[in-house]
Design a protein around this ligand. Structure first.
Ligand SMILES: N[C@@H](CCC(=O)N[C@@H](CS)C(=O)NCC(=O)O)C(=O)O
Length: 226
């Protein structure tokens, strides 16, 4: 049995990747959630980088969302597409997401429960959004959809699940194809489960909240008040 260490579902975009993949592929795990804000030392008790996500299986610790997903791919079918071309494309797109889109990460952080009207969307952010839109259209067109690498949800979709929450929060304008794909990700049972849990979380992390306040007008805060 795996232990998957994650942080708040409302904020932790990196945690969502392996979580949504494991849930959707029915890979059993025990969730270990440590909220932000206690101290990073908490994360250091289970993670060598003091960051989440982190996967533990017996005496083996695997850290970083990309290596967790590759570890799972060695042990479970369906993590990446069966078709070699779709698999190569998926790894390229996932790698691009893993190491890029810094402006999107910084300026439109994941905050599942908020709906925000951004004060401004600068050129660098527009460039990140339009590249993601183009990537999504390319995957859907090349491999036939409804997911990026074909008819099944795989790791490349998991890499973009946090982006779907970001686009929902900031009502990002997308092409019709990308909009439909975003809605498809948001409607997945695992994404609904993550969102429902995020909305019920009682914790508010000062740094994440201040970051969200600076972005623009809060149109709605759907998180539980208690
Ligand atoms: N590249 C890492 C990034 C992990 C990461 O930055 N995680 C954030 C949470 S979403 C974290 O643990 N932050 C705590 C900190 O930086 O102290 C991955 O893919 O797992």
């Amino acid at each position: 049995m795996y232990d998957l260490y994650i942080a708040n579902k409302n904020y932790s975009s990196w945690s969502l990747r392996p979580w949504v993949l494991m849930r959707t592929l029915d890979i059993a795990f025990s969730e270990k959630l440590t909220p932000f804000g206690n101290s990073t030392e908490d994360f250091a008790t289970f993670s060598p980088t003091a960051k989440v996500p982190c996967l533990v299986e017996n005496d083996l610790t695997v850290w970083d969302s990309l290596s967790i997903i590759e570890y799972l791919a060695e042990r479970h079918s369906g993590v990446w597409a069966d078709d070699a071309k779709a698999r190569a494309w998926s790894r390229s797109a996932a790698a691009e997401m893993h190491s890029g889109f810094q402006t999107l990460r910084n300026e439109h952080p994941m905050n599942v429960g908020l709906r925000i009207q951004p004060t401004e969307v600068g050129e660098a952010l527009k460039k990140d959004i339009s590249r993601i839109d183009a990537l999504w259209q390319e995957g859907l067109t090349s491999f036939g959809g409804p997911f990026l690498a074909g008819d099944a949800f795989t790791a490349v979709d998991a890499f973009f699940c946090p982006v779907a929450f970001r686009f929902q929060t900031y009502a990002t304008t997308l092409s019709p194809e990308a909009e439909a794909y975003k809605d498809r990700l948001l409607a997945l049972p695992a994404m609904q489960e993550w969102q429902d849990a995020a909305l019920l979380e009682p914790w508010r992390d000062g740094e994440h909240e201040a970051e969200a306040k600076a972005i623009g007008e809060w149109l709605a805060d759907l998180r539980s008040k208690s």
